[in-house]
Design a protein around this ligand. Sequence first.
Ligand code: AMP
Ligand code: ZN
Length: 462
Amino acid sequence: MTIRLYDTMRRAKVDFVPADPARVTMYVCGPTVYGRAHIGNARPAVVFDVLARLLRHTYGPDAVVYARNITDIDDKIIAAAAAEGVDPKVITDRFEAHYLADMGALGVQPPTLAPHATDYVAERVDAAGRVTGMIPMIADLVAKGAAYAAQGHVLFDVAAPGDYGRLSRRPLDEMIAGARVEVAPYKRNPADFVLWKPSTADQPGWESPWGRGRPGWHIECSAMIAAELGETIDIHGGGLDLIFPHHENELAQSACAHGGAPLARVWLHNGFLSMGGGDKMSKSLGNVVGVDDLLAAGWSGDVIRLALLSAHYRQPLVWSEALLEQSKARLNRWKRAVDDVTLEPLDDLRFAATLWDDLNTPHALSIVSELVSSSPAAAKGALRLLGFYLPAHFDVSLTEEVTVSDQANAIVCNPLVDAAIAARTAARARRDFAESDRIRDELAGQGIVLEDGPGGTTWRRG
Ligand code: AMP
Ligand code: ZN
């Protein structure tokens, strides 16, 4: 059985085959930190958190490198800092902390890597002598004839890759006509996009071959991916609105910089969350519901998480109070049924198969509904894999769990620890004490202490 994912590039569900199953790489474009996250922003965070958990469950807890960046240089950040009369870092530190707390409340684990754009502007040289960073990448694109400097700016020449528009499948003339393409006198082609732009003395900036300035948005992700994950990653994700221009531009410049190597094997995009009526939730439309507002109104993080996973990730999701009410009733019913049940290894093949089938969470949740009555232990394993918090089987509070990275790791390992405990219980039942001791020692080697009690075996971090 393989995981199948819907690849936006091929417009088809494809078998997911990572380049190296021992190092599965996923990059998801993260937040620009100048304001609180709304529930639409939380959708990709939760969806890709479930995917990261599934990949870890499938390939092993240490075999997945999931990077989600922080965009901490941006004109909206500069404007917010100017409005408050503070340094941009005051703004970005504040809203990054809010973002992590809000997503943590929804059970979103910190990604493996959280690169900050500002750390990747200047040249970096890694232990292997590899040079990365936005300025060297832009200089390389200029040297290769794929970018040009004009009036303090550096622009990417969309004619360079030869197949620009591949991901969004828009012909160039249509993109130029599109509202999001800014016409400027220094552009050769209206669709050319900014890699570098000049900064005034009061704006943040870096010295570069083109004067003091700062990067455009698209180059950030390409440079961070090259620095942290390599030229071609297994999965690149984000919301639908990122397909054009952001991902189109990322893939064009990365391919030009890397001799045509594709940026990603599979492109995944989540659908929009709206309040109904068709418009996606967005700050610019003013139709937003903050994650913090929902939490303050008393909705628990896992109820919000369940509501977000109730639709397939590629489908639109209409947000409503009724959806929250339904999710709350459903989760309460499930928790009552599974709270006191000892976890069993997740061996329900149907459940795994639905997740492997392009992350079909609504179907997976309907299987949980069935399992709750037929096999509560399996239901519990399924809920745990989906990232739900089950209080009776954690010895730490929710807040500790999501903010302390050790504990976050503990959650990552849960399905495997649980499987190991079940194997040990089976070994003891057949009086194979050598095997049961071996499993206990192996877990101890990973800092996991088992405790045998009348209700079965529990574990904690030693
Ligand atoms: P932004 O901070 O606007 O760049 O958005 C962060 C992430 O949230 C991106 O992956 C967006 O595609 C995604 N996103 C923004 N608005 C929505 C929405 N209404 N529904 C689903 N995803 C969204
Ligand atoms: Zn990006």
